[in-house]
Write a protein that binds this ligand. Structure first.
Ligand SMILES: Cc1ncc(COP(=O)(O)O)c(C=O)c1O
Length: 300
């Protein structure tokens, strides 16, 4: 499928601090609308859906979900009908992300938070099949076996020189792919974007390797929570490196990496590869929230 043909992203050297080199893998540049880890997670799922003759994709996400926008766009490009089950009926369908989904032809189906929490249960899936007919189901955040397989393709032989590979974590699917494809001398660090007590167990479902750990110190209070210092960091980073970061995942990731280097977490001489997993479409929605709080906005 042509969407998934070109798949090597560029490594952008950023800087050296305390003798530690930081390089950014620009997965966000893989495609304008199906970018970052979404590109990786959708690849084998959509190949499977085509091969098995499905015409419709159904998936789940919040009102600003990167996964929903990427699925809507990939579906349109590859000729699938798409259905997005949206968390929370109070969310207006008119925000930037959901409007984009609809512009790609995605049918949005908002459900209450309570019903959404039952998304793993067969009752809800049966209800959705009765309503929409048969579909290929992609879980929330896109993480399943095939997604992890896609995420194994993030690292290439050009990345052998790195000692530490760092990535933002929510469901852990992206990290699992990195863990599985890392070389024996490489360690994988996940910086958690949210408070998730079950994260370690979730990742252990996808891998039996021990070359990784998760840092929970940079969640900024939880999923999609931000602070003026995080926004300031994102804007300064963009000014210095001409590279945008999103406030939910990659902003927290880079904030954490720079902070850990400043606090001398690692010995001088190591080389860190940080994965830019995309998510930039979410900046507009966050800026609307920041405007309401009268905080500075994220500059793009
Ligand atoms: C831009 C971005 N980065 C990182 C992640 C975390 O990926 P995972 O859920 O595989 O841990 C997500 C999750 O949806 C994301 O949208």
């Amino acid at each position: 499928m042509s969407l998934f043909l070109s798949q090597n992203s560029v490594n952008q050297y950023l800087t050296s601090i305390n003798g530690i080199e930081i390089t950014l893998k620009r997965e966000d540049q893989l495609h304008p609308t199906v970018s970052g880890n979404k590109f990786r997670k959708l690849k084998y799922n959509l190949l499977e859906a085509k091969q098995k003759g499905y015409h419709t994709l159904l998936t789940f996400g919040g009102a600003f979900s990167n996964h929903l926008t990427a699925t809507a766009s990939a579906g349109k490009i590859l000729g699938f009908k798409t259905i997005g089950v949206v968390r929370g009926q109070e969310e207006r369908i008119s925000n930037h992300s959901l409007q984009f989904c609809q512009d790609q032809g995605m049918i949005l189906y908002p459900i209450s938070r309570e019903d959404y929490s039952k998304k793993h249960l067969p009752e809800l899936i049966i209800h959705l099949k009765n309503k929409f007919g048969n579909f290929y189901l992609i879980p929330e955040g896109g993480t399943n076996n095939l997604a992890v397989r896609g995420c194994k393709e993030i690292l290439t032989e050009d990345d052998e020189c790195f000692d530490l590979i760092a990535c933002s974590v929510a469901t852990g699917g992206t990290l699992a792919g990195l863990i599985e494809s890392a070389l024996p001398h490489q360690k994988i660090l996940g910086i958690s974007a949210l408070k998730n007590q079950n994260l370690i167990r979730a990742i252990q479902k996808w891998t039996s390797n021990y070359n990784w750990n998760i840092n929970h110190d940079y969640t900024f209070g939880g999923y999609a929570k931000v602070s003026p210092s995080l926004i300031d960091f994102i804007n300064t980073f963009n000014k210095n490196f001409k590279t945008p970061l999103d406030p939910v995942y990659t902003g927290k990731l880079l904030f954490g990496i720079f902070d850990l280097i400043e606090s001398k977490q690692w010995p001088s001489g190591i080389k860190i590869l940080v994965i830019h997993t995309g998510g930039l479409q979410g900046i507009e929605g966050m800026n609307q929230k920041l405007l309401k709080k009268k905080w500075p906005k994220i500059i793009t």
